[in-house]
Write a protein that binds this ligand. Sequence first.
Ligand code: ZN
Length: 114
Amino acid sequence: MKKVFAAQHPFEAHLVRGLLEGQGIEAEVRGEDLFSVRGEVPITQDTLPSVWVLADSQVEQAMDLVTAYLSKEAPADTEATEWRCPDCGEQIEPQFTVCWKCGTERPEDPPDNV
Ligand SMILES: [Zn+2]
């Protein structure tokens, strides 16, 4: 049994576990219980929810999947479209959630999607 992934949030840990199980790799999430007491215990890798692979023979494959997940997920975490500030009209890069010019927050829903 080996840890292949340390998540920032239980949701992410379960997402990765589902990804692995979809590939036939038995995995389990550990450390979720500790997540709820964060703030009371020191934050270390051990207090983060983590994903463990049961079979050592599948660890390498699991690592590859996690790596692929991370490289795909990281840039697409926020919506990958530029947005226009409703206040000053500045065109903002997708990774920013507030306008760098006037500090206006990105609107939750683009008007054309409503
Ligand atoms: Zn602005």
